[in-house]
Ligand binder design. Structure first.
Ligand code: GDP
Length: 314
């Protein structure tokens, strides 16, 4: 990518796309193309086609997706499979037909089989059944991976697929019904602290383990891999270590300054017991994350205080 290459970031209002856009700007890329959801509905094939014909992007970061936490995924599986299949099909196909030089597709660590050995190596894809709470989302992402690979094989599309682990950071969704665990806990502990409540409810048993990657670290990896990775094989992006939900909750409580009780609601699902990525292929290329979890949570809490609470949403 040259500094003046025409680069389209699909999903720039989202957690991932927003971070990639910030990273590209920081790195001196000047010819960036974006569209809000209101300006371009990526589930509309004709609209996507028209956009590519008009804007002719040379590089595409496909970070647009319908995403959500464990409850949203298990409650609205039809929306998750439909919207993701449409968005990625339209964008990947248009990228091929309009001569895009390179496309980067963002997947997820939930594509791996629920009971695959840990840490999860890229080659474990499609070796066993998926975690039921996010099967629809995972199947859509797997279809995207196979689509990128197939367009490479049949049409020569230069496409790569990244599998980030659980992401969090500035710009996250803090809605308690649809968010992922870290933003939910930041909000819950903050609200308990402010209201003087002595109990915070954490879903599940607290024993599942998750690996958390700050979205600014993902963005650095996404630009780095766009510039340096050309393989057909998917590539994992993570930090290489995980924590239990109970440990994550204790850490968030500490950062936020909540010292009350933490109780577990075991009527809520745990989801997959563990999904730690094997990041040895990415680490061998020299990339490392910069945020440790405590600093990342503190950074996200700061963003929450500035953007969510001040907007009167809290
Ligand atoms: P997952 O990684 O796809 O399972 O997605 P989540 O980030 O939504 O959930 C991760 C784990 O955190 C699951 O075991 C949840 O049950 C647990 N968890 C605990 N409290 C919460 C909460 O308040 N919100 C969410 N989304 N998850 C929670």
């Amino acid at each position: 990518m040259d500094k003046d290459s025409r680069i389209y970031v699909a999903g720039h209002r989202g957690l991932v796309g927003g971070a990639i856009l910030r990273r590209l700007e920081e790195a001196g890329y000047t010819n960036l193309v974006t569209r809000t959801h209101a300006e371009l509905d990526l589930t509309d094939q004709l609209a996507v086609e028209g956009f590519f014909a008009e804007e002719k992007p040379e590089y595409v970061f496909l970070a647009a997706a319908k995403v959500g936490g464990i409850l949203a995924n298990s409650t609205y599986p039809a929306d998750f499979i439909r919207e993701n299949l449409l968005i990625q099909t339209n964008v990947i196909d248009a990228a091929h037909r309009h001569g895009v030089r390179k496309l980067e597709f963002l997947g997820s660590s939930c594509i791996y089989p629920k009971l695959a050995p840990q840490p999860l190596k890229e080659e474990y894809l499609l070796t066993g059944p998926l975690e039921p709470t996010n099967e629809a989302y995972a199947i859509a992402k797997i279809a995207g991976i196979v689509m990128v690979k197939s367009y490479r094989r049949q049409h020569g599309l230069n496409g790569i697929s990244l599998m980030p682990t659980n992401l969090y950071g500035p710009g996250d969704n803090f809605d308690l019904e649809s968010s992922h665990v870290l933003p939910a806990l930041i909000r819950k502990f903050h609200e308990a602290k402010m209201s003087g409540s002595t109990q915070v409810v954490v879903w599940g048993t607290g024993t599942p383990r998750r690996e958390f990657l700050h979205v600014d670290d993902l963005a650095v990896a996404a630009v780095f891999l766009m510039e340096n990775y050309d393989d057909e094989q998917i590539i994992n992006v993570g930090v290489g270590e995980d924590v239990s939900i109970a440990d994550a909750a204790a850490l968030v409580a500490d950062v936020v300054g909540y010292d009350g009780e933490i109780v577990y609601d075991t009527s809520k699902p745990d989801g997959t017991p563990r999904k730690l990525l094997d990041v040895s292929r990415l680490f061998a290329m020299g990339w490392r994350p910069k945020f440790d979890l405590r600093r990342g949570i503190a950074d996200t809490y700061e963003w929450f205080l500035a953007h969510v609470t001040s907007a009167g949403n809290c």
